[in-house]
Design a protein around this ligand. Structure first.
Ligand code: SF4
Length: 254
């Protein structure tokens, strides 16, 4: 299967409210976010995250519409023939009654975009992948960890412009209005591909790949509640000053 066309042939990608190309707005927000995150990490004394560590690429990660469109455009560049089966299989893995972030971790499934230990969509990776950093030993993030809490760096609301953009993108299409459009990455990307290619000859490939996979709002309604419930119940640990000093010293030691 070849990709049905280049980006200029996509008829209906949701746009930002002003009509500017959504991916351009997103790129500007990411640039700003990356700078804020770098400053936040510097202010707190550094991170133990290292290039090549992919533990957090096994977490159940959700995105909104704007980031879904950007990733769907990237998927078109990568080739639908190779990506659709991967997206389908990854989306089916999150369509499970009673799913929680912990039950998903037990599946030990890498993100659909992790390729040979590297993020294949690094420039377009979602905001959540840009501000998730830890100060604790990376081994604690591992799937084999004994459950000892991970010290995640709180980067505040640095990513909130992304959510505003998601809302604007939803308003650009009457069909999307008033719908809660947030879901795990593969469900959202398949949905965005179906929006973008709905008038293209290759649309049947998308319909086939989405068989049995709900729209993001239907996913949220059916499976999202157990995810949210479990996140609310998971213990959050506030670091004491002493613990913070110790973690900073460990980072300095390297
Ligand atoms: S998009 Fe990239 S950085 Fe984010 S979880 Fe997937 S592979 Fe990891």
């Amino acid at each position: 299967m070849s990709k049905p066309g280049n980006n200029s042939q996509i008829k209906n990608p949701p746009s930002s409210q002003s009509g500017t190309k959504l991916t351009d707005v997103l790129a500007a927000i990411y640039k700003d976010l990356d700078a804020k995150v770098a400053k936040g990490i510097q202010n707190i004394g550094g991170t133990t995250c290292k290039a090549g560590c992919t533990h957090c690429c096994h977490i159940l990660t959700s995105i909104g519409l704007a980031e879904g469109v950007a990733l769907a455009e990237r998927v078109l560049d990568m080739g639908l023939g190779s990506m659709l089966p991967k997206l389908r299989s990854a989306a089916l893995a999150v369509c499970e009654d009673g799913i929680t972030p912990f039950s998903y971790m037990d599946k030990k499934l890498p993100c659909v975009f992790l390729d040979g230990g590297l993020c294949s969509v690094y420039q377009q990776r979602p905001a959540v992948c840009r501000f998730y950093y830890v100060m604790s030993d990376p081994a604690l993030c591992s799937l084999e960890s004994n459950g000892e809490p991970v010290a995640v760096i709180d980067l505040g609301r640095a990513h909130s412009p992304i959510w505003e953009l998601n809302v604007h993108a939803g308003r650009s299409d009457p069909e999307l209005m008033d719908r809660i459009l947030i879901s795990p990455i593969p469900v959202m990307v398949l949905f965005c591909l179906s929006l973008m290619l709905r008038e293209e000859p290759g649309y049947s490939m998308i319909t086939e790949a989405r068989k049995g996979i709900p729209d993001p709002d239907a996913w949220f309604e059916r499976y999202g509640k157990t995810v949210a419930e479990s996140e609310r119940k998971s213990p959050k640990k506030e670091l004491s000053k002493e613990e913070l000093v110790q973690l900073r010293a460990n980072i300095k030691k390297g």
